[in-house]
Write a protein that binds this ligand. Structure first.
Ligand SMILES: Cc1cc2nc3c(=O)[nH]c(=O)nc-3n(C[C@H](O)[C@H](O)[C@H](O)COP(=O)(O)OP(=O)(O)OC[C@H]3O[C@@H](n4cnc5c(N)ncnc54)[C@H](O)[C@@H]3O)c2cc1C
Length: 308
């Protein structure tokens, strides 16, 4: 990389000071951060085409450091892109000449309450680490997107993530109780002190950050609902005479409030590819903590499926 103009050199010097030297501008790092899993970016990379390169990557360790970075970006008119696990699929972290603010070092679990069934963590915590932490306490988020090994909390919120078990437990937006973020001008958007499940205190503007893809600030901390690990589980797969019949059965199960934890309908092609069974398949996992509830749900599911 050639010599940088003086204001950018000043900018980088200030960034370096703000994060205690945790900043990189070398070609290998910039290449690594020049794409996520956006298929078009992957294709361009394979074709050897040029991808937009950031100016630098910084790894803050606290909300105060994030504030400093964002303020510097404003002062020097350098765009910034928040970055968590890097498994996004729409190129949200890609930007030419920007500062990538990678929150991965902000990865502490800050608070867990068994009584309130909630957990508060920094936005760089990997989903699988957070889940492991909760499992040790007998709890779970039951948030299992296919990017489970790589995704981190901030990215999950900023992409409005959904997972295998979201049919019952809800997408990330339903797990989210509150968050802390740094606004695009460097102002702090604090988390509520009292983490009650909901608070009707005016428009919930923080929800704008859900699905914001890094455009509305840097999420630094979030509080999420947690659930006790289920004690009973029941799994089935059903074949249907047609995809439409499977869809009807699924609809009836949901409308009867027998909501399974997982309900996935695969058409013939998908079933053949995944299960070596070329039929329209409905895969269900019904699991609940209480055996009585589980039995009741199973009987509704079996009755509806038999009809179709
Ligand atoms: C193999 C694979 C499977 C996937 N499966 C699913 C799936 O089942 N369900 C699903 O919903 N999605 C899925 N995705 C896509 C999804 O976008 C990501 O998996 C995940 O939610 C992004 O998390 P991340 O930490 O990797 O975010 P990143 O890739 O780091 O960032 C994603 C976006 O969020 C922004 N962002 C990151 N951190 C912050 C922050 N702290 N504050 C503000 N903005 C931030 C970024 O700027 C970017 O726009 C999958 C992706 C892959 C590659």
């Amino acid at each position: 990389m050639g010599e940088k103009p003086v204001p950018l050199r000043d900018f980088l010097k200030n960034v370096e000071e703000a994060v205690n030297g945790r900043v990189a501008t070398d070609a290998d790092t910039l290449r690594l951060y020049s794409r996520d899993y956006w298929p078009l970016a992957l294709l361009k990379e394979v074709r050897g085409e040029e991808l937009p390169k950031p100016l630098a990557v910084a790894w803050p360790e606290s909300v105060e450091e994030v504030i400093q970075l964002v303020k510097l970006c404003n002062e020097y008119k350098v765009p910034f892109a928040p970055y968590a696990g890097g498994s996004g699929v729409i190129g949200g972290t890609m930007c030419e000449g920007c500062l990538v603010i990678d929150v991965k070092r902000m990865n502490r679990v800050l608070h867990f309450s068994e009584e309130d069934a909630l957990v508060v963590a920094e936005s760089g915590v990997l989903l699988r680490k957070l889940e492991e932490f909760l499992n040790e306490k007998g709890f779970t988020l039951r948030h299992i997107p296919q990017s489970y090994p790589e995704a981190a909390l901030g990215g999950l919120i900023a992409t409005m993530s959904t997972g295998q078990f979201s049919t019952k437990y809800g997408g990330i937006e339903e797990l989210l109780l509150d968050l802390e973020a740094v606004a695009p001008d460097g102002g702090l958007i604090p988390m509520r002190k009292n983490l009650v499940p909901r608070a009707a205190t005016g428009p919930d503007l923080k929800r704008l950050l859900v699905g914001s893809e890094g455009q509305l600030g840097v999420i630094t901390k979030a509080a999420l609902k947690a659930f006790p690990l289920p004690s009973h589980s029941w799994n089935r797969a059903y074949a249907f005479p047609s995809f439409e019949a499977g869809l009807k059965a699924m609809r009836e199960i949901m409308l009867a409030w027998a909501t399974p934890a997982v309900a996935r309908l695969y058409d013939k092609d998908d079933s053949a590819a995944r299960f070596h069974d070329a039929r329209d398949l409905l895969l269900l996992v019904v699991e609940e903590s209480e055996e009585e509830l589980l039995k009741a749900k199973v009987s509704v599911v079996e009755r509806v499926v038999a009809k179709h």
